[in-house]
Design a binder for this molecule. Structure first.
Ligand SMILES: NC(=O)c1ccc[n+]([C@@H]2O[C@H](COP(=O)([O-])OP(=O)(O)OC[C@H]3O[C@@H](n4cnc5c(N)ncnc54)[C@H](O)[C@@H]3O)[C@@H](O)[C@H]2O)c1
Length: 266
């Protein structure tokens, strides 16, 4: 039987982005009410207008308790709020920990990565789980599911990606203890660790080609609808919990993306 989410509602943080918007479309196509929590108000409204009924925008940040509270209230107005997905991202430029010329990486790059990739998702998870706790449980005691977005960089981080890899590693490490913490509430927690996906943050064709070279099969980048489909599978399968799933065509990232330029001073 296909995924039937009628009567349920989801908050998708980063829902206006590449992976997020595919998730919003997928969940909505299977009947869920969807709330797009994203600071990119214009992209969020364009998406919600496309979906029509049973969709809402909360322009804001997953780190903002107030915006999160409004997103959860909006979801509860659209149905039983049972699904929280974190797909937030911005590109935070980084470089080697110490460059060949001796420049030391700014600690603020770590802070920005941890705010975006760890504290935001943790905030979404804690507020969502508290709201899920008030749901009537299913016959096997389930009240909701949290899906986080890690990255294969958590496992094979490349040159110049220490802060990002550390933050995504923290996402991976949060999943099992979160699942254990939230089990008494009937809340499951999983994460997807994507390889390279074609989204606005990876719009440079040269970068896409380099990343696709590391894929084994299919030898291409992932499509956002393939990510969204996995979110749907996690939501649908009540026995999936505490797990991080790589979605990467068997990609194992090489140490660095492409050959270093001859004057590499990163
Ligand atoms: N695209 C890839 O190849 C890839 C690979 C591995 C992991 N990821 C991870 O997937 C996630 C989504 O990536 P994407 O490619 O869809 O990025 P994207 O840039 O297309 O979309 C990210 C969205 O998040 C929103 N956002 C930023 N900060 C936010 C916040 N604090 N709260 C709510 N929304 C916020 C942005 O406005 C944007 O709409 C990121 O965490 C990224 O690290 C992406």
């Amino acid at each position: 039987m296909g995924l039937d989410l009628r009567g349920q509602a989801a908050v998708i943080a980063g829902g206006a982005g590449g992976l997020g918007s595919a998730t919003v479309r997928h969940l909505a196509a299977h009947g869920a009410g969807v709330v797009v929590l994203d600071p990119d108000e214009s992209a969020a409204h364009t998406l919600v207008n496309e979906i029509g009924e049973h969709a809402a925008v909360v322009a804001g940040d997953a780190l903002d308790d107030n915006a999160l509270g409004r997103a959860i209230e909006s979801a509860q107005a659209l149905g039983a709020f049972t699904i929280a997905v974190s797909a937030t991202g911005v590109v935070i430029p980084s470089r080697r920990l110490v460059s060949r010329s001796g420049a030391i990486l700014d600690l603020d790059i770590f802070q920005q990565n941890f705010d975006l990739h760890v504290l935001g998702p943790a905030n979404l998870a804690r507020y969502s789980a508290a709201a899920f706790a008030t749901n009537t449980p299913t016959s096997d005691g389930q009240r909701g599911v949290v899906v986080l977005t890690a990255s294969i960089s958590a496992f094979d981080g490349q040159v110049s990606m220490v802060p990002y890899a550390a933050a995504k590693g923290a996402v991976v490490s949060m999943v099992l203890p979160m699942a254990r913490d939230l089990a008494p509430l009937g809340v499951r927690v999983c994460a997807i660790a994507p390889g390279g996906f074609v989204t606005p943050r990876l719009s440079d064709p040269a970068v896409q080609d380099l990343l696709a070279e590391d894929a084994v099969f299919p030898r291409r980048l992932g499509r956002p609808d393939e990510f969204a489909d996995l979110v749907g599978s996690i939501v649908a399968n009540p026995y999936l919990n505490g797990e991080v799933i790589r979605l990467d065509g068997a990609t194992r990232l090489s140490p660095q993306m492409g050959p270093p330029p001859s004057n590499d001073s990163r």
